[in-house]
Design a protein around this ligand. Structure first.
Ligand code: BDR
Ligand code: CA
Length: 342
């Protein structure tokens, strides 16, 4: 029998643990309260299926869409398609900004195809779009949220969050962390020699988010170009025996070709899906806190992320920069999660 003093100690310890968890905004069971902002995009679709298959860890409140890889109407249709393929029609999809803050819009149809996803046939999904704009949704939700409780995964240009922050700077109160796919340092760029697509597509938006002081994590090309597909990895996904595995297999088999050829890589990156893996299993990744700034001046370095990796400038560290990842661990996790879907 447990003595009174021992029982009291146990009760006190659980109380302390509970108050610690509440204070840091971490929810019981390690659940992440999440909004995914996205511009699907082949790798975005994979990221969405990955996240929506992980309901016990990721409480996906909504998908918010932005123009990026293709125009907004197509990125929004593709987000609704991903939701349908995941069998998660209860998750609302809000459409956001049709173009960047200041620069002329650019798209990546050369990589993602005219529809934004290639390798599969697209159709108009059944479940409708949510009423209202993604920007208003972000403002209302983050204002009403418990302090520092909501994580945002930004998988495209950062326009929606930037617009929300410009209109309502107080919404940082609801943000726990912003996890971005974007930027490049060691790897070099993928749209110019120094710039990565999401940052190049709207560097001013990324500057607004950086300047807001929210907790920021970046998964740049430095890590995504190390987490590469292989024939065996894709074969495992494609042969899962469910629709999700077939869809992801078909999309990735087509998507990885361009990067493999262009960079001479043995496999292709699945950029945006690394953000979801980071949220689910951060121990698969490593990086360090750095000072980072974004170049938004017209010229050859437009959209570059400048990272003080060795802390030469002794400036405030404003970003956690992920630099390496366990590729096999990533694909094991992705495959295991996709197997849960229909
Ligand atoms: C990023 O750019 C987009 O084309 C992809 O979806 C990803 O978010 C990679 O540079
Ligand atoms: Ca994307």
């Amino acid at each position: 029998m447990v003595g009174y003093a021992q029982g009291f100690k146990r009760w006190l310890r659980s109380l302390l643990l509970l108050s610690l968890l509440t204070a840091t905004g971490t929810q019981a069971g390690g659940e992440v309260d999440l909004i995914i902002d996205t511009d699907p995009g082949a790798d975005d679709v994979v990221a969405l299926l990955f996240a929506l298959a992980s309901a016990e860890q990721l409480h996906v409140r909504a998908l918010t869409t932005v123009a990026g890889n293709v125009r907004l109407d197509k990125t929004t249709r593709n987000a609704r398609l991903a939701r349908e393929w995941a069998g998660r029609d209860e998750v609302p999809v809000y459409a956001g900004a049709p173009g960047p803050l200041l620069r002329t819009p650019i798209y990546a149809e050369n990589i993602h195809g005219k529809e934004g996803i290639s390798g599969v046939t697209v159709h108009e999904p059944e479940a409708p779009l949510a009423q209202g704009s993604a920007i208003n949704y972000l403002i209302d939700t983050l204002r009403a949220a418990k302090p520092h409780s909501i994580t945002l995964a930004l998988l495209g240009p950062q326009t929606n969050l930037a617009l929300a922050l410009i209109q309502a700077p107080d919404i940082t109160q609801g943000i726990k962390e912003v996890v971005v796919m974007g930027g490049a340092h060691f790897n070099g760029g993928n749209i110019t020699p120094v710039a990565e697509f999401n940052l190049f597509a709207d560097p001013q938006a990324a500057e607004v988010v950086l300047g807001s002081g929210v907790k920021l994590t970046y998964l740049p090309l430095d890590v995504t170009h190390k987490v590469l597909t292989s024939d065996a990895r894709l074969e495992k996904i494609a042969s899962l025996g469910n629709n999700a595995g077939k869809v992801v297999g078909d999309i990735l088999n087509d998507y990885v070709k361009a990067d493999m050829e262009h960079y001479g890589l043995p496999g292709g990156p699945v950029h945006d899906a690394t953000v979801i893996a980071y949220l689910l299993k951060p121990e698969l990744f490593s990086g360090r806190k750095v000072n980072m700034l974004i170049d938004s001046r017209e010229g050859p370095t437009f959209g570059q992320t400048i990272v003080d990796w060795h802390d030469g400038l002794k400036r405030e560290k404003n970003v956690f920069w992920v630099e390496n990842g366990d590729a096999q661990g990533f694909f094991d996790l992705l495959t295991e999660r996709l197997a849960r879907l229909k």
